[in-house]
Ligand binder design. Structure first.
Ligand code: FE
Ligand code: FE
Ligand code: ZN
Length: 262
């Protein structure tokens, strides 16, 4: 993973801790993990951002499914200690018509059972588009989850540009207002990472379909304001639109680096 990242001009990357649809994970090879940490240190990498399987749901209406999510995430967090001091991002969940308050409670309870004082990983809640019964469409919902977590210093937020735009935060015409809102509701200290994706759908569509940078409804001009906005300074930016070839990401990285003003 580290060598692939280097080969396309990246200094961070995301990875799935296991099959993104859930299920088993191959055992960690400690020597391989140490070699990655060494490569990242030698090449000035930022923190890397692991992604939990997106089928996990900590606030499902079935206890079986909630338990599976809790156990999988706890196992992932143990595995993350082989690459210490990085980020583990997850989708807060879908409350399945139990109501967002109930969902928020279940998510926070699960985190309280999972986080430990000694862990070195920071767990990130991803901002969601609000499709179906997703929790995390608003900054307020994410703040409420963090409010109820005891070990708050282990928690952060990953802002997904496609998701917030689809959720109804107008980062195209009013980025400053959106980020001011983030700052007042969550605090900029909580903003740890960015998923930088264009959107296939119009503003506030609650859809969540990623598009290549510059080809969607957000557009390159808006992204050039995003990458230069002080609220995002120093944060890892992750590209999440699928490409068959690494060269697609290399192109997007070069495009976005070209937008950064000194
Ligand atoms: Fe995600
Ligand atoms: Fe994302
Ligand atoms: Zn998405």
């Amino acid at each position: 993973m580290g060598e692939d990242a280097l080969s396309i001009g990246a200094d961070t990357f995301a990875f799935f801790t296991r099959n993104p649809r859930g299920g088993g994970a191959k055992p960690v090879d400690p020597a391989d993990a140490a070699a990655l940490m060494d490569l990242m240190a030698r090449n000035g990498f930022a923190k890397i951002v692991a992604h939990a399987p997106y089928t996990l749901n900590l606030c499902s209406d079935r206890e079986e499914a909630r338990e599976f999510a809790r156990n999988t995430m706890a196992d992932d967090l143990a595995r993350m200690e082989y690459t210490p001091g990085n980020y583990y991002n997850f989708h807060p969940g879908s409350h399945m018509k139990q109501g967002s308050e109930a969902g928020i409670g279940m998510i926070a309870d699960a985190l309280n059972g999972m986080l430990t004082k000694d862990m070195t990983t920071t767990v990130l809640l991803e901002t969601m588009s609000g499709k179906g019964t997703e929790v995390g469409r608003t900054f307020e919902e994410l703040a409420e989850i963090i409010d109820r977590v005891e070990l708050k210093d282990k928690m952060g937020v990953c802002l997904d540009t496609c998701h917030v735009y689809d959720a109804g935060y107008d980062i195209v015409n009013d980025l400053d207002t959106v980020m001011d809102r983030f700052g007042s509701v969550l605090g900029f200290g909580r903003l740890k990472a960015v998923h930088i994706n264009d959107s296939k759908n119009p503003f506030s569509s609650h859809k969540d379909r990623h598009e290549r940078i510059g080809d969607g409804s957000i557009g390159l001009e808006a992204f050039s304001r995003v990458v230069n906005h002080p609220a995002f300074e120093g944060r890892p930016f992750i590209l999440e639109t699928p490409y068959d070839e690494l060269s697609g990401y290399a192109r997007e990285i070069a495009l976005l680096r070209g937008c950064v003003k000194e």
